[in-house]
Design a protein around this ligand. Structure first.
Ligand SMILES: NC(=O)c1ccc[n+]([C@@H]2O[C@H](COP(=O)([O-])OP(=O)(O)OC[C@H]3O[C@@H](n4cnc5c(N)ncnc54)[C@H](OP(=O)(O)O)[C@@H]3O)[C@@H](O)[C@H]2O)c1
Length: 261
């Protein structure tokens, strides 16, 4: 999976924004951000439509991730929901855990994988205990990714989830990687950005991309933000900056519950 991608939450909600949103995704692809994250929930299917429009004619260059609602994640429901989503998804995720037994969802995902509808499947918002339960199920170890909230100011996953995912080769996709924009107002990030001559978003994203096995999917609806985020993939943070970030945003020192948006 590419390391730096494009989020689409809040896209596809209003017809009037569609052109701008399609253009933002198309620009991201032009700049090499070929991982796209969407969900049937976003814009009630509207975000998937925006993605479909933006990738038309270049499907082969793109890695598309979508997510099924927990209430659609039954043996038959997940298969039907996936067919409603884009054709031939690369990665299909359970958006979060619901009431449907996990074993039923895994059965559905495995059948979609076997018949070639999807390349891989995974989960989202799963903590360490959820992952252990999943891996104990038949086929559960085929889980390819876990999408969780992860950014400088939200490092709880490093306690026991990230180590589990690394050990089992489960890709971790960091959502809200710039803290939904709030992180970008942090004073230290602003000072460091000034010193390095880069943006605060680039520092936040470059830090995430330093973490082994982690990809990031910032959402940007404006072309300026897409360009800004793309530049993070080429930024290597100096050791002194990494040390400052480490002391201002320390890793967890005890178990914690998974942060969920
Ligand atoms: N699995 C899940 O449960 C889950 C939950 C949340 C999110 N996600 C996925 O993760 C993606 C990203 O997370 P998110 O949307 O919550 O938050 P985010 O990407 O951390 O932040 C998005 C916000 O930051 C702004 N922004 C982005 N790049 C910027 C830049 N370079 N400079 C200044 N502002 C910038 C965006 O503005 P503009 O839009 O105006 O450019 C938008 O307001 C979502 O779109 C979605 O695909 C998944």
């Amino acid at each position: 999976m590419p390391a730096l991608g494009l989020g689409t939450w809040m896209m596809g909600e209003h017809r009037r924004d569609r052109k701008k949103e399609v253009a933002a995704i198309a620009l991201g692809l032009d700049l090499g951000m070929t991982l796209i994250d969407t969900a049937e929930m976003y814009g009630d299917g509207g975000a998937e439509e925006v993605v479909g429009e933006a990738i038309a004619g270049r499907r082969e260059q793109v890695f598309v991730v979508s997510k099924v609602y927990p209430h659609n994640a039954s043996r038959r429901g997940a298969v039907a929901a996936c067919k409603r989503s884009l054709n031939r998804l690369d990665l299909y995720l359970l958006h979060w855990r619901g009431d449907i037994p996990l074993a039923d969802t895994v059965d559905a995902f495995e059948s979609l994988r076997r018949d070639g509808s999807i390349r891989e499947w995974g989960v989202s918002n799963f903590d360490r205990a959820d992952m252990e339960e999943l891996f104990a199920l038949p086929g559960g170890a085929h889980c390819a990714a876990n999408q969780v909230m992860y950014h400088l100011a939200c490092r709880g996953v490093e306690w026991d989830l990230l180590p589990f995912c690394r050990e089992h080769q489960v890709a971790v996709m960091a959502y809200s990687p710039v803290g939904r924009g709030r992180l970008l107002r942090d004073r230290l990030l602003r000072d460091l950005a000034g010193e390095l001559g880069v943006s605060t978003a680039q520092i936040a994203l470059a830090w995430l991309l330093e973490q082994v096995g982690v990809s990031a999917i910032p959402k940007a609806a404006s072309e300026a933000h897409v360009r800004d985020n793309r530049a993070a993939a080429d930024l290597r943070l100096p050791a002194s900056v990494l040390r400052e970030l480490e002391s201002a945003f320390p890793p967890p020192s005890r178990p914690n519950s998974l942060a969920i948006l």
